[in-house]
Design a protein. Structure first.
Length: 301
């Protein structure tokens, strides 16, 4: 099957390579010349602009977007849609908000263009391990695209599925990332407690390796934690700043809207926000209050 890939960052380029290895024909586009050249060196075709990209595709066209969520996705679709025809399909594999996905699908439907959302997990390891794909869209369209999803997934019958109508794929991925926040926070806190128990002189990499086998807390995240601790046991040179892609925020907002208690995910998000406050007014005020009511000492900067 022929697939156009728009967005040749690391993940998009890796997905293109995996598709090629599975026997699919790939045409790629990225605004960066170096990204297009790198894809061509891997054996794929590349186009210098969207017009040239669409011209290289046979109808019905399949265009996979791997661009940042938000305005860039909207502008890409706005530029792309006039070049497509009825029966063509756009797949959004980025981390779009599911409400944006539903809006975009409704907009392109007026031109009889199909819209499919693929919540995509796998990161930099997807090329070798395969991608977890949560697919939203009309069932007949998803079935027609099955060869693409089977190639990108860890196995044809594993790691991917049609989870519901348009928006369901990105919604499922949103909750997936919310869960990921909580898991990561729990591992980080646990290893921090171990690190602070200095009297035992614990080797954190050794502990992670023990837990990786047979333990109820074993997971791929633990595998990656172990690898990180092996390479940098003291985490030297890493700033205590944790970014977020936005999906944790959306998960918490939806939990509130649905009246669902989600304290672990919520607190893990708040901890990420806290990590970015280099000069915490909150903590300074807490110290000042303790001094006011109890005469507790204040530590100078």
């Amino acid at each position: 099957m022929q697939v156009a890939m728009i967005g040749l960052g690391r993940m998009g380029a890796n997905m293109a390579q995996r598709l090629m290895r599975g026997g699919h024909s790939v045409v790629g586009f990225d605004p960066a010349d170096a990204a297009r050249t790198a894809l061509q060196e891997k054996g794929a075709d590349a186009a210098a602009n969207l017009e040239a990209l669409v011209a290289k595709l046979q109808a019905p066209r399949v265009v996979w977007l791997m661009v940042p969520a938000g305005a860039i996705t909207d502008s890409t679709i706005t530029s792309l849609v006039p070049l497509l025809a009825a029966g063509d399909t756009i797949i959004d594999g980025g981390n779009s908000n599911y409400r944006d996905t539903q809006r975009r699908a409704a907009a392109v439907a007026a031109r009889k263009i199909n819209y499919v959302d693929s919540g995509t997990s796998g990161g930099v390891w997807g090329l070798t391990e395969g991608y977890s794909l949560m697919i939203g869209g009309e069932k007949p369209i998803v079935e027609r695209l099955r060869p693409i999803f089977e190639t990108l997934a860890p196995a044809p019958n594993q790691g991917w599925g049609h989870v519901g109508p348009v928006g369901a794929g990105h919604y499922t991925k949103m909750i997936h990332n919310g869960i990921e926040y909580g898991l990561m926070q729990a591992y980080a806190e646990g290893f921090s407690i171990l690190q602070h128990k200095s009297e035992f002189g614990l080797d954190l990499h050794q502990v992670a390796e023990i837990w990786r086998y047979g333990s109820v807390v074993r997971s791929w995240l633990l595998d990656l934690t172990s690898s990180a601790l092996q390479k940098n046991p003291t985490l030297k040179g890493i700033a205590p700043y944790v970014a977020d892609s936005g999906e944790g925020r959306w998960t918490v907002a939806d939990a509130i809207e649905l009246g669902v208690s989600a304290p672990v995910i919520t607190l893990s998000l708040l901890e990420r926000l806290r990590s970015r406050d280099d000069d915490s007014f909150t903590d300074k005020l807490l110290a000042a209050m303790r001094n006011q009511f109890g005469g507790h000492p204040i530590k100078a900067e």
